[in-house]
Design a protein around this ligand. Structure first.
Ligand code: NAD
Ligand code: ZN
Ligand code: ZN
Length: 355
């Protein structure tokens, strides 16, 4: 079918709304009319790395238009959030850690279906698509039943769309991996959508000391509004002094110097979780790691199974304990370049495009 999508023609070109062809749903696929799509920093990172035309977007939310014959439990008319894909069958999936699925790269970022076929075309030429099993920067998306989460039709899809990646990532890093206690001292580096979801999750489970570090003043203010006990400006303050003694740390900046500081400021037996996608290498003090019994570990998609974790976050949201609307700003899909610019400048924490 012919649809409108935000196409990235090359790393340096702006997104442009173009007419593209979406394949028919296969028997195990779900066709979703996209209402809203969150923009995650990871979309921009992939945009900068994919040479040819691509349709990105992996925080889609919408209404099911059609389902393939093998799909069960999802029906046309259902309101759904889209998340990442996993195979359901490998060692990690069976152990209930689907974000480390052995087929993750094939299913989420190969540019097509696992069998190599394309889902998106333009004038007969294939586009990079099926991003996170959705490519939802578009009016319609093809998902698989495994990355579709059915939600209450009363839910505001514009606010909830980022649960599929950014909010799940930050909240899951805290609730599933760091697991702080109320008397823990958590420090979050970077107050973007991921970092502030982590702050909301920490407050939801009663962590009293949550320190946020970010150079953008409006983001620090938002962190405090969401319950952070302190917000530190790394451009004017001595971060190490301000956050020394943390029991838990989360890095969302993917900056080598920040990762090194985050590990250094932990008290003995503290844990640092890194979730940023950026610099590949950082230098860490292994003597300190060893002598202090510290832990550093990575975490993808909050180590969460979306079908279980997204409903948990929605339940917290319904109780007013995960106020995600506070960091969402809505844009018409046609204004995607404004959304990108506002995200890069720091003005908008979590842009969500409405189709
Ligand atoms: N692991 C995963 O599954 C996963 C999922 C989603 C996003 N990500 C990645 O997580 C990262 C965060 O995503 P986001 O959408 O919140 O991005 P973002 O760009 O909105 O947030 C990053 C924040 O870091 C801040 N920052 C920059 N320099 C800093 C410094 N020296 N000290 C402290 N803060 C600093 C920025 O001002 C910004 O607010 C990105 O790299 C993204 O690709 C990973
Ligand atoms: Zn798997
Ligand atoms: Zn993402």
């Amino acid at each position: 079918m012919e649809i409108t999508a935000a196409v990235s023609r090359s790393p340096d070109s702006p997104f442009t709304l173009e007419s593209v062809d979406l394949d028919e749903p296969r028997p195990d696929e779900v066709l979703v009319r996209i209402h809203a799509t969150g923009l995650c920093h990871t979309d921009l990172t992939f945009k900068s790395r994919i040479p040819g035309p691509a349709v990105l977007g992996h925080e889609g939310a919408g209404v099911v238009e059609a389902v393939g014959a093998q799909v069960t439990g999802i029906a046309p008319g259902d309101h759904v959030l889209l998340s990442y894909r996993s195979c359901g069958d490998c060692v990690q999936c069976r152990a209930k850690h689907p974000s480390y699925c052995s087929r993750s790269a094939l299913l989420n970022s190969s540019g097509g279906r696992a069998d190599g076929s394309a889902t998106l075309f333009q004038n007969g030429t294939r586009l990079f698509g099926a991003f996170f099993g959705q490519s939802s920067l578009a009016q319609y998306a093809l998902a698989a039943s495994g990355n579709v989460v059915v939600v209450d039709p009363d839910l505001d899809l514009t606010v909830a769309a980022p649960l599929g990646c950014g909010f799940q990532t930050g909240a899951g890093a805290v609730l599933n991996v760091l697991v702080p206690e109320p008397d823990s001292r958590l420090v979050v580096f970077g107050a973007g959508g991921v970092g502030l979801a982590a702050v909301m999750a920490a407050k939801a489970v009663g962590v009293e000391v949550v320190v946020v570090v970010d150079p953008v003043a409006s983001r620090r203010d938002k962190a405090v509004e969401l319950g952070a006990s302190q917000a530190v400006d790394p451009t004017t303050e001595d971060v190490e002094t301000a956050v020394r003694g943390a029991t838990h740390a989360l890095d969302t900046t993917a900056r080598p110097e920040v990762v090194a500081i985050a590990l250094r400021v932990l008290r003995p037996r503290g844990m640092l979780v890194v979730v940023g996608l950026g610099a590949r290498h950082a230098t860490i003090d292994v003597l300190d790691l060893m002598l202090s019994g510290k832990t550093i570990r990575g975490c993808t998609e909050g180590d969460a199974d979306p079908s279980e974790f997204i409903p948990q976050l929605l339940a917290l949201h319904a109780q007013g304990r995960f106020p995600m609307e506070a960091i969402v700003r809505r844009y018409d899909a046609a204004d995607i370049e404004t959304a990108v610019a506002d995200s890069r400048s720091g003005d908008t924490i979590k842009p969500v495009l409405v189709w």
